[in-house]
Design a protein around this ligand. Structure first.
Ligand SMILES: [Zn+2]
Length: 53
């Protein structure tokens, strides 16, 4: 299973996790901002696409 974290504002794929970790830890790595558009993101503004394989 992999989880894509996508910016809810611009649609940029920010990160892909191989397992479901804390989304907040990933956001902290990016200073809670989208690296593409600079939009400050909250958890609810991330789109999580979970693909079961
Ligand atoms: Zn963005």
């Amino acid at each position: 299973m992999s989880v894509d974290i996508t910016c809810g504002k611009c649609g940029e794929k920010i990160s892909t996790m191989q397992m479901l970790k804390s989304v907040k830890d990933v956001m902290k790595h990016y200073n809670n901002k989208c690296p593409s558009c600079g939009q400050v993101l909250s958890v609810t503004e991330f789109l999580l696409d979970v693909e079961k394989k």
